[in-house]
Design a protein around this ligand. Structure first.
Ligand code: MIC
Ligand code: SF4
Length: 642
């Protein structure tokens, strides 16, 4: 029987388990990377493991999230990251070199290799046929130490593309259409492979836009075949040597097939406050726009910015529109500077931001009260922009440029019959001088630890009985941005006690204090609890406040793994209607945990306040149960090595 791409890649790296959908497997990881907001914890945990040098083919540490430096914290973190990278054999991409996913695609990604990185948009590298998964920092630390990555063998979905995109329609519209169809819920445990004739019509940056936002669907990863188009992209990066062809066998079998005719797609927009709240741009045309943001790991490639520059050339944005542009990488910025496109952008009134995450993570450029902000980014969760009342709309670069020119929601087809032609460059400007290679005298490297760097907190081993109050009951689609806000709070990532003060800040500002005073307890959630970012702080900080378990209608993949890694029991209601019978403040009790976690996928919870009992499902593998019982992955790893 023929194989699909995922099976081909996994098969060669399988360390344990059976390749049966739903079963736990462990695979070897060729590459890892971290970004600074998740990286400091990852390296602190790597140091705690006591391994002298990384064991991967390549590991990179990027600085792209926390580059605002309003205080000493960011700069402290950068220096820690630089010195720790030099010592342990890790390449270090300095602040200003660009957003991790964009730079990785350009300078390091390898078709057919596996990659695990501490950021949920890691599947961007699937644009060149990498099997790239986002995970918590500690999973990345384990992989750097040569340990395999454990995941559920996914169900493989083929998205079969036919036709060709029409004028003014672009890759972002394809993934928005898929989000409209599949939504952000219910796709856990799946991998999306793109195939069909339509693949040949998409360049690598377009493919990467599509795989990038697979993160919003909640799938494990998304990937394209590696073909002649991939080869040309790598040749332009002077890296043709890493290319290899990779495609599914003609008789490959898939668990599900979705057909998308590219010719039928129109410009789309995700409305507030969820990436799956998608309609056609024409449906909301005319809405006044206050801010337009072009950038992020989804849409800030050379192709994207050249398209925008060509559209904006000779035009100026109206006074009520603030146009902000953050190029995805220094390479992109260098190239648009050399060819004059930057001049066109500035002349149109664009405010040029650093090549970094910047406004995407809400650490700058917060829009005005009640603003409409149109962005090329991937997430429009409430408050993520830094302004709670702002309404963020997600669109393609073409639509963003049209909105900037007209100052209102505009279908880009209004800009004329012919869109600007944008060929992918045959040669890119290569300058890796902001990537610092590891030291060849690691023993001489002294790791810098400023006052912002704390030790990773530990949890005691699990008790046989846990009791506690329902500290908070929340609804559906609670994202990790709700649990652990980024933006202005991002600078406390390396300081857990401080950062923990802001857990659920936007949902219930009294949460942290209450949780501490009550010595922890439980969280109750609805569907898709833990969507979004890979930030393990959404588990570490609740753990620090004493949270013992999360009970939800359904839980997202990366967040579930993070909860386990930090000793918090992830549980789902066997009967979801029980959700309605629990109130915030109820006292819950779970007994016989040490036996039950391993002997059955279900456990009984007593609601002491209501005098009832109900069943929850934990679905932990024996390995995961051991991690929870040890009090988290760090303790577990130490026990294994002692
Ligand atoms: C995000 O887009 O939410 C982030 C910030 O890149 C996160 C990582 C983090 O919280 O540090 C992600 O996507 O994983
Ligand atoms: Fe950075 Fe935004 Fe991409 Fe996250 S989604 S990695 S914050 S650019």
């Amino acid at each position: 029987m023929g194989k699909n791409i995922t099976q081909k890649i996994i098969e060669r790296r399988l360390v344990s388990g059976e390749m049966v959908p739903g079963k736990e497997i462990a695979i070897r990881m060729d590459q890892t990377f971290t970004q600074d907001a998740t990286g400091t914890m990852a390296y602190l945990q790597f140091e705690a493991m006591g391994i002298p040098k990384i064991k991967t083919k390549l590991s990179v540490s990027y600085v792209d999230h926390n580059t605002i430096q309003d205080g000493f914290e960011n700069a402290d973190d950068h220096l820690y990251l630089m010195t720790v990278a030099a010592k342990y054999g890790i390449h270090y991409s300095r602040a200003g070199n660009g957003v991790c996913h964009q730079v990785h695609l350009e300078r390091f990604g390898v078709p057919g290799d596996t990659l695990i990185a501490s950021d949920s948009h890691t599947p961007t590298a699937g644009g060149i046929g990498m099997f790239a998964i986002g995970a918590g920092g500690i999973d990345v630390a384990v992989a750097m130490g040569g340990g395999p990555f454990y995941l559920t063998m996914p169900r493989i979905v083929l998205v079969k593309l036919s036709g060709r995109l029409k004028a003014w329609v672009s890759a972002k519209d394809v993934i928005l259409e898929l989000l409209r169809q599949l939504t952000t819920k219910g796709n856990v445990g799946k991998v999306i492979e793109y195939g069909g004739e339509g693949v040949k019509t998409l360049s690598v940056p377009e493919r990467a836009t599509i795989t990038n936002m697979g993160a919003e669907l909640g799938v494990t990863t998304s990937l394209f075949p590696s073909d002649e188009i991939t080869r040309e992209f790598l040749r332009a990066q002077k890296r043709e040597n890493v290319w290899m062809p990779l495609e599914a066998d003609p008789d490959a079998v898939y668990d599900e097939v979705i057909e998308i005719n590219l010719s039928k797609i129109e410009p789309m927009v995700a409305q507030p406050h969820s990436p799956d709240n998608v309609v056609k741009v024409t449906e909301i045309e005319g809405l006044q726009v206050d801010q337009v943001g072009i950038g992020s790991c989804t849409n800030s490639s050379y192709k994207d910015l050249m398209t925008v520059a060509k559209i904006l050339k000779g035009k100026t944005v109206p006074p009520h529109v603030s146009l902000i542009i953050a190029p995805g990488s220094r390479q992109v910025l260098q190239m648009i500077t050399k060819n004059g496109a930057l001049y066109d952008l500035i002349s149109a009134g664009a405010r040029i931001m650093e090549s970094a995450c910047g406004f995407c993570i809400g650490n700058s450029q917060a829009p005005r009260t009640d603003a409409v902000s149109v962005r090329t980014i991937n997430r429009n969760f409430e408050g993520r922009s830094g302004t709670k009342s702002a309404r963020v709309y997600l669109v393609s670069p073409e639509t963003a440029a049209a909105c900037a020119i007209y100052g209102m929601m505009t279908d880009p087809r209004k800009l004329g019959k012919r869109p600007p032609r944008m060929a992918i460059p045959k040669e890119c400007f290569i300058d890796d001088s902001m990537i610092v290679p590891p030291s060849n005298k690691p023993e001489e490297v002294k790791i810098y630890r400023g006052p912002n760097i704390g030790d990773p907190p530990r949890k005691a081993p699990l008790a046989d009985k846990i009791v506690g109050e329902v500290l908070l009951k929340v609804g559906d689609k609670i994202t990790t941005d709700h649990i652990m806000p980024a933006g202005a709070r991002l600078k406390y990532r390396s300081n857990v006690p401080k950062y923990a003060q802001f857990v659920f800040e936007g949902v219930d500002p009294t949460f942290a204090e209450r949780a501490k005073a009550k010595n922890g307890g439980f969280l109750v959630g609805g569907l898709s609890y833990g969507q979004g970012s890979s930030r393990e702080h959404a588990a570490i900080c609740p753990m620090y406040l004493g949270v013992k378990g999360v009970i939800a209608k359904s839980l997202e993949r990366i967040h579930t793994a993070n909860l386990i890694n930090f000793g918090i029991i992830p549980m789902t209601f066997k009967d979801p209607s029980i959700y309605d019978q629990i109130d915030q403040g109820d006292h819950l009790e779970i007994e016989n945990l040490l036996n039950n976690l391993k002997s059955s996928p279900e456990i009984t919870v007593k609601n002491l306040t209501k005098g009832t009992t109900f069943t929850v499902v934990h679905n932990l593998t024996p390995r995961q149960a051991d991690i929870i019982m040890a009090g988290g992955l760090l303790n577990f790893t130490r026990l294994q090595h002692s």
